[in-house]
Ligand binder design. Structure first.
Ligand code: SF4
Length: 381
C-alpha cells in the first residue's frame, strides 16, 4: 500500500530504458522483487518470493531485491547467497546495475499504478495450482489503481516499528506538486485515490505546512471521487483536530475509509510502544468525530500481544474495541505483534507466546462477531 508508486516507477524506468516486461520469470533476464518486512509474516512472504525466483530463474538472470527487507533484516538475505540489494528510498542506486540512458531520478512519479500481485504469498503456495501457471507468473490484475505520493518516513519513534529503520525521517513532497498530481488523476477520471505515505497525518511538518493544508487542497479539487486515507496517526489527528474535524465531516462522503492506528486500549502498553497519547483522549476524539459524521468509515489498527501485555492490559483493549465497535461504524485491523530486528521491542522481556496471541485475537473477533458488520481483521504471524 505504501509504495505502489515506487513499483510503478521502476516499471516505467525499465520500459523507458528499452527493456521489455516479461511476465514469465523463467525467461526474464532481470527480476525485481520489492520486499516488505514490517512484520514477520511479510518478511517470510518476501523471502519465499526470492527463494522461488532463485529456484525458477534461468541461469544468467539477475535478481534485484528492493525495499524494506534489505534495510530491516539484511542478515536474513545474506543467508540466501549473493543478491543485489537496494534498500527503500535509494532506488536511484539501480543506475549502477542498469547503466541507463534515462537515470532513475529523472523518471516522474506515476499516479496511475499497475495493480500487481505476487503469486508467491503463502496462499499461492498452498493452492496446489500447476507449477508453471502460478509459480513464475507475475500477476497483473489488469486494473490500475491511483496513488498520489505524499511523503515517506515519519516523525514517530514507536518501539515495535521497523518501517522507520527502512525509511527514516519524514520527507514530505511540496504541496503544489501533490496537488498537481491529484488534479491530473481526477481529470483523467480516477474514482478512487490513495494518498500514499507512512504517516499521512504528519504530512508537511518538515516543510512548514501540514495535513490540514493538504486535505483542504485536495478536497478543493472538484470531482466525483473517493479518497483512501491510510496511516492517519491519532497523535496528529488530535493535534489538528479542530480543523481536521471540519474537513472530515464536510467531506466524509468523499472518503472511502480513514485508517487510524490506535494500537492498544491500555495506556501502560501505549507508553511502552512510545505512542504518545492516552486511550481516553482517543475515545473522546473518535466519539466526537463519529457523532458528527456517523457514516464516516474508520478502520483502527490494534496490535495484539505486545511484549509485557498482561490479561488486564488486554481487557482494556477488548473494552475499547467493544465500546467503540458497538456504538460507531468502526472496523479493525488486528495484527499480532512480531519481533522486528534492531527495534527497542526486540529487547523487551515478557514476550507474549503465540498461543496467547491467537486466543486474544479470537477473543476480539468474538467481541465484534455479534456486530451487524463484522470487523475487518488481518492475522499477521
Ligand atoms: S509513526 Fe511509528 S509505526 Fe508509524 S512508521 Fe513511524 S515509527 Fe513506525
Amino acid at each position: 500500500m505504501r509504495k505502489r508508486t515506487d513499483n510503478q516507477k521502476i516499471y516505467d524506468y525499465m520500459i523507458k530504458n528499452g527493456f521489455k516486461f516479461e511476465s514469465d520469470y523463467g525467461k526474464a533476464d532481470m527480476i525485481f522483487i520489492d520486499t516488505c518486512a514490517y512484520c514477520q509474516m511479510e518478511e517470510d512472504n518476501s523471502v519465499n518470493a526470492i527463494q522461488r525466483c532463485l529456484d525458477y530463474k534461468k541461469e544468467s538472470a539477475q535478481i534485484i531485491v528492493l525495499g524494506c527487507l534489505p534495510a530491516i533484516n539484511p542478515l536474513r538475505l545474506e543467508q540466501m547467497g549473493k543478491l543485489h540489494c537496494v534498500p527503500s528510498g535509494r532506488f536511484n542506486e539501480l543506475d549502477k546495475f542498469i547503466k541507463p540512458k534515462i537515470d532513475y531520478d529523472s523518471i516522474p512519479d506515476n499516479t496511475k499504478v499497475r495493480d500487481f500481485y505476487s503469486p508467491f504469498v503463502k496462499e499461492g503456495l498452498n493452492q496446489k495450482v500447476g507449477q508453471n501457471n502460478l509459480l513464475g507468473k507475475y500477476g497483473y490484475t489488469g486494473n490500475d489503481v491511483n496513488h498520489v505520493k505524499v511523503a515517506t518516513g515519519c516523525l514517530g519513534n514507536c518501539s515495535y516499528c521497523a518501517i522507520k529503520l527502512a525509511w527514516g525521517k519524514l520527507k514530505s513532497r511540496p504541496l503544489e506538486d501533490i496537488l498537481k498530481d491529484f488534479k491530473r488523476v481526477i481529470k483523467n477520471g480516477a474514482k478512487e485515490v490513495t494518498l500514499e505515505a507512512h504517516d499521512l497525518s504528519s504530512y508537511g511538518l518538515d516543510i512548514d505546512t501540514n495535513v490540514v493544508a493538504l486535505l483542504r487542497g485536495v478536497f478543493g479539487v472538484e470531482g466525483d471521487y473517493k479518497l483512501v486515507l491510510h496511516d492517519f496517526n491519532p497523535l496528529w489527528l488530535m493535534h489538528f483536530y479542530k480543523e481536521l474535524k471540519e474537513i472530515l465531516v464536510n467531506n466524509h462522503q468523499r472518503i472511502k475509509y480513514i485508517n487510524i492506528p490506535v494500537q492498544s486500549g491500555s495506556n501502560r502498553i501505549l507508553k511502552l510502544m512510545h505512542r504518545p497519547y492516552k486511550i481516553e483522549q482517543i475515545k473522546e476524539m473518535l466519539s466526537d468525530l463519529m457523532q458528527a459524521a456517523p457514516s464516516l468509515w474508520v478502520l483502527c489498527d490494534i496490535m495484539i500481544g505486545f511484549p509485557g501485555e498482561t490479561s488486564e492490559d488486554f481487557e482494556e483493549t477488548k473494552m475499547f474495541v467493544k465500546e467503540m465497535g458497538e456504538k460507531y461504524k468502526i472496523n479493525y485491523w488486528f495484527t499480532k505483534f512480531s519481533v522486528r530486528p534492531n527495534t527497542e521491542a526486540e529487547k523487551m522481556e515478557n514476550k507474549v507466546d503465540e498461543k496467547t496471541k491467537e486466543e486474544r485475537e479470537n477473543a476480539l473477533r468474538m467481541v465484534l462477531s455479534s456486530k451487524a458488520e463484522p470487523a475487518v481483521t488481518v492475522a499477521a504471524a
